[in-house]
Design a protein around this ligand. Structure first.
Ligand code: AHR
Length: 619
């Protein structure tokens, strides 16, 4: 390949090329990024998933009963557990499929109601050995009828041999007036990223920090939509004290606590320097129901209220509420997506008929600087509206879409809001009534994605940015694979996928401007994009080789870069097309960086192996 890259003539990129898509699926938040260790901490339930004692076990001689008391902890958390017994009584939580125990501070709390003149004991214990890994006693503050919060700290001295550990809370029932106590909102957190209370798991944040995402699309996916209109994701039920958050039925088989709510998402953006791409509910649920045109105003206003909560000055109604919840400084929202995949589940007619336009008009009028994005590109987009394109497919079909954006209009920027090669090459693609998705991303899939990403990078003025989806899964309980990150209860075993390595390489070589590249040689098996990082004045060439029978020789000339100039060439490869990065296993993606020097006529000459992803960056 002889490739010439012009000095100018490209376009400014949106600067957001790679981001994160968040959706409560796969226990990626609950039992994942949200660092809470206690599963079913407040017995939250819904019509879909009624309150239960899931994850709770009575200690010997005790009995547990769910109660909806006439004086509950809060109206949002109406169900509590009554623990009765004789002498030492209590209950044990199994955590999110285990609990990681190591020498660090665990901050706990619980609410209890009843009359008790004794002490509580909180402990972490190994199921494997029976060993008590940490314990502490807490003097009861319960004198009568009200709910009283108790706080405690657990400090294990050693690291447990595995995550087969439990948390228990016990008390002496003989010192209660009634032989029982009522408990609710029992919580335990390890240290979190930036030590935020109610915060996020460190290893997963570290994996994202190291990747350097530039945006967060949230709360994404089907879970935003809800199975029914009343079951939609309601922003105002995810804010404020945890006792005010009722939780809800996700669309993925379990109840969420909403402990990770709107404010926590924004703090996540703050902590990783990500641009929020806020998804608002668009009036459509997965069961096919759409809000009628006559009834839509309420939901449009609800979205405006949400934006006022996030961005309004403190003298506005919702801005004041945000300040009350610890954030007097307004956030900035520049992107709002209306709904999720409204072209599916029977939503298209009402979306194109009146729903999108109603949200677009109201948002554009009130916030003219916000880029409004439709949840599909299969429609005529009004004004300057953007669209969202999703792609789950076999690797080969990512290659055929390399040039998909080349002739796309620049009037309607596109978010690539969910992208993943999900299924091995099979000659046709994904059959959605009988699909066979891989557990993890695998190398040829990641290279296929890289080719598609290069097509987007070549058009990075029109493409707002790209994100893999779903982003994470708890390997011990998930609904959809593959994902960018996979994990279990042990933070040391978190897997950064083969695709993570591709995204990370591309992201850390960010182009502020595209540059036109020409070649007498057609794309395939080499695919590439070129540009400039105006911060460092580096020229950047990104490439992927897909299905080549030999190493691909490249002669690369950047206009204005002369003989003797140097560059760093980083090449990613893997031992086989099917190499995967699994939870608890070593990384298989090899990354080699070498210095290359421009020779005669200022040309960089190098070879790229089959199934490689590479970046050359001038010094
Ligand atoms: O990412 C998993 C699902 O795929 C999302 O919920 C939905 O938007 C898409 O169909």
């Amino acid at each position: 390949y002889q490739i010439s890259v012009a000095k100018s003539g490209g376009n400014a990129t949106t600067n957001l090329q790679y981001g994160v898509m968040e959706e409560e699926i796969n226990h990626c938040g609950e039992g994942g990024l949200y660092a809470e260790l206690i599963r079913n901490r407040a017995f939250q339930g819904s019509k879909t998933y009624p309150s239960s004692l899931d994850a709770w076990v009575p200690i010997r001689g005790s009995s547990l009963a769910l109660k909806n008391l006439s004086d509950p902890l809060s109206s949002a958390l109406p169900t509590s557990v009554r623990v009765s017994g004789i002498g030492q009584s209590g209950f044990t939580n199994l955590g999110f499929f285990g609990i990681d125990v190591r020498p660090q501070k665990y901050s706990g709390s619980f609410y209890v109601k009843g009359s008790y003149n004794g002490k509580f004991t909180a402990k972490l214990q190994s199921i494997t050995s029976g060993k008590i890994l940490a314990n502490t006693t807490i003097t009861s503050k319960c004198a009568g009828d009200g709910w009283v919060q108790h706080e405690f700290v657990l400090m294990p001295e050693t690291t447990a041999s595995n995550t087969n550990n439990t948390f228990s809370l016990t008390f002496d029932a003989s010192k209660t007036s009634d032989g029982y106590l009522d408990f609710n909102l029992i919580s335990l957190f390890p240290p979190t990223w930036n030590n935020r209370p109610n915060g996020l798991r460190r290893d997963l944040m570290q994996a994202m920090y190291d990747l350097g995402p530039k945006f967060l699309r949230f709360p994404g996916g089907n879970n935003l939509e809800g199975e029914t209109i009343p079951g939609r994701w309601k922003w105002n039920e995810t804010i404020g004290p945890l006792t005010d958050r009722p939780g809800r039925a996700t669309t993925w088989g379990y109840e969420e606590t909403s402990g990770m709510g709107l404010v926590e998402y924004m703090e996540w953006c703050d902590d990783l320097g990500m641009e929020p791409i806020l998804a608002i509910w668009s009036g459509h649920a997965l069961n096919g129901d759409s809000v009628s045109e006559a009834d839509l105003d309420f939901y449009v206003q609800d979205a405006l209220n949400e934006l006022e909560f996030l961005t309004g000055p403190v003298d506005t109604h919702y801005g004041a509420l945000r300040a009350k919840y610890g954030h007097p400084e307004p956030w900035t929202i520049r992107y709002v997506e209306v709904g999720n995949e409204d072209n599916l589940s029977g939503g298209m007619d009402s979306y194109t008929g009146y729903r999108f336009q109603a949200f677009y008009d109201a948002l554009s009028k009130r916030y003219p600087d916000i880029q409004v994005i439709a949840s599909t590109i299969d429609m005529t987009l009004p004004g300057n509206a953007g669209g969202d394109y999703h792609l789950y497919d076999i690797p080969d079909n990512f290659i055929t879409k390399f040039n998909m954006w080349d002739n796309y209009t620049d009037q309607h920027p596109i978010l690539l809001g969910e992208i993943a090669a999900t299924e091995f090459n099979n000659g046709y693609g994904v059959n959605w009534s009988d699909y066979h998705f891989s557990t993890y991303p695998w190398w040829i899939a990641s290279v296929g994605e890289a080719v598609f990403l290069l097509g987007a990078e070549r058009n990075a003025d029109k493409i707002i940015g790209t994100t893999y989806a779903p982003w994470m899964m708890n390997l011990d309980n998930y609904e959809w694979s593959p994902t960018m990150l996979a994990f279990n209860a042990n933070p040391d075993q978190t897997a950064r996928s083969t695709s993570w390595h591709v995204y990370s390489l591309f992201n850390h070589n960010h182009m502020t401007n595209t540059l036109p590249a020409t070649s007498p040689d057609a794309f395939g098996p080499l695919y590439y994009a070129a540009g400039l990082d105006s911060q460092t004045n580096s020229r950047i060439f990104k490439a992927a080789v897909y299905n080549s029978t030999a190493n691909v020789p490249v002669s690369l000339k950047f206009e204005g870069v002369d003989r003797g100039a140097t560059a760093d060439l980083t090449v990613l490869t893997a031992p086989s097309a099917y190499a995967m990065n699994a939870v608890g296993a070593p990384n298989k993606v090899d990354s080699q960086t070498v210095k290359v020097t421009a020779g005669k006529n200022g040309i960089f000459n190098f070879k790229l192996p089959n199934l490689s992803v590479a970046v050359l960056r001038t010094n």
